[in-house]
Write a protein that binds this ligand. Structure first.
Ligand code: NAD
Ligand code: MG
Length: 383
């Protein structure tokens, strides 16, 4: 039987590549959700015939309704942020692939897991902001959390041997270093969003591309790894691997290391999350060792790229500190894209919010959203 997928964030970089995988594998698309790209949603509806489609923006919802009016096999349309949560819970889908960007994805991740739905998770911000709640929901219902982020997919793939997780001693989380690798603050201070959007190896949404330039993305991924693989933060070591060929490595207690390699193409980890525990042929090219000249390693420069240092501080503090770091970053990236703050301000603001409170103790979902609002206010007050 073909798998049935609910895809949240279908119009984005991960969303569209997920539909490539669905097309290749002949999966059924049960539901789609996106913020506002009506043209692309309409094409996706024509090709995949989902039963439900959720649109967050009210204006986009009206436009899509008008376009689909009178069509015999049109999907049921839903509107607003809550509709993602409704879709995530629906029993018909086998898996919910969450490719929404930002904390906006948290509610749906939790709702799916609480309803016992497996979640293929690209939305790393779910784990960063509400890691404790997400892991608890998965544990309670027994639903699986399947990593889509390429590094976490690599780690997950390296841990398939049943004895692996018990003998895991360290994670070597690889980082491309982004477009500004090797640069110092003097050079970075005048970088614009146009410079930052030129990633050397991956083509991604604008928020994660800026996060890659600041190394915030690696900080978020370090936190994501701590939750997914249950290791303390000091056992997750960031290694710069400029070519993005090694997607991450695991080290065991005997100091043996396993790595996962492949071309930098997100369809590999997306497909693995959907076919796991099986492996099936896909549409990505093979890695060509005749043209691959070298695989190099470097150290990240945390003195310059403060976001990574701030994320380490945040996960070590625990509680809502990672949520605060994430909220400050989401707001700072938005301001940077609007050219209201400079490149180095992003790291400064993320670090300042982490330093502003102890953030300790347990939390519930409304605490998470309150902390996110506080962090955003904090950033706006610094302007
Ligand atoms: P993107 O900006 O290209 O797409 C984001 C998607 O989310 C779009 O479909 C958009 O409509 C939807 N969306 C945006 N705001 C929303 C909101 N408030 N409510 C509901 N939907 C909303 O982003 P992306 O690059 O595809 O990244 C998606 C997620 O996957 C992020 O968490 C990112 O960190 C993660 N990720 C991306 C890549 C990549 O290669 N692009 C790799 C690893 C992890
Ligand atoms: Mg990644």
């Amino acid at each position: 039987m073909a798998k049935k997928i609910t895809l949240l964030g279908s119009t984005g970089s991960i969303g569209t590549q997920s539909l490539d995988v669905a097309r290749t594998q002949g999966y059924e698309v049960f539901a789609l959700a996106a913020y506002s790209n009506v043209d692309l949603l309409e094409r996706q509806i024509q090709e995949f015939h989902p039963r439900y489609v959720a649109v967050v923006s009210p204006v986009a919802y009206e436009r899509l309704s008008a376009r689909l009016a009178g069509q015999a096999d049109a999907p049921i349309l839903m509107q607003g942020a809550e509709s993602l949560v409704e879709l995530a819970k629906m029993p018909e889908a086998d898996v919910v692939l969450n490719a929404v960007v930002g904390i906006a994805g948290l509610g749906a991740t939790l709702a799916a897991l609480e309803a016992g739905k497996d979640v293929a998770l690209a939305n790393k911000e779910s784990l960063v902001t509400g890691g404790h709640l997400v892991m608890q929901a998965a544990q309670k219902s027994g639903a699986k959390l399947l990593p889509v982020d390429s590094e976490h997919s690599a780690i997950f793939q390296c841990l398939q041997d049943p004895y692996g997780p018990k003998a895991l001693s360290k994670i070597l989380l690889t980082a491309s270093g982004g477009p500004f690798f090797g640069m110092k603050p003097e050079e970075l201070k005048n970088k614009t969003f146009r410079d930052a959007l030129k990633h050397p190896n991956w083509s991604m949404g604008s928020k994660i591309t800026i996060d890659s330039a600041t190394l915030m993305n690696k900080g978020l991924e370090l936190i994501e790894a701590v939750w997914l693989f249950d290791l303390p933060a000091d056992k997750v070591e960031v290694v710069v691997q400029r070519q993005s060929i090694i997607h991450s490595m695991v080290q065991f207690v005997d100091n043996s290391i396993l790595a996962q390699l492949g071309v930098p193409d997100m369809r590999i980890p997306i497909q693995y999350a959907l076919t796991w525990p099986e492996r099936l042929p896909g549409s990505t090219p093979e890695l060509d060792f005749r043209t691959l000249q070298s695989i190099t390693f470097d150290q990240p420069d945390e003195e310059t790229f403060r976001c990574l240092a701030a994320c380490k501080k945040a996960i070590t503090k625990g509680g809502l500190a990672p949520c605060a770091a994430n909220g400050a970053n989401e707001e700072a990236v938005r301001l940077f894209l609007e050219e209201k703050i400079g490149f180095l301000d992003i790291g400064r603001l993320v670090e300042a919010v982490v330093d502003s409170d102890s953030f300790g103790g347990s939390y519930n979902l409304s605490d998470v959203y309150e902390c996110d609002r506080m962090a955003r206010r904090f950033v706006l007050e610094q302007l």
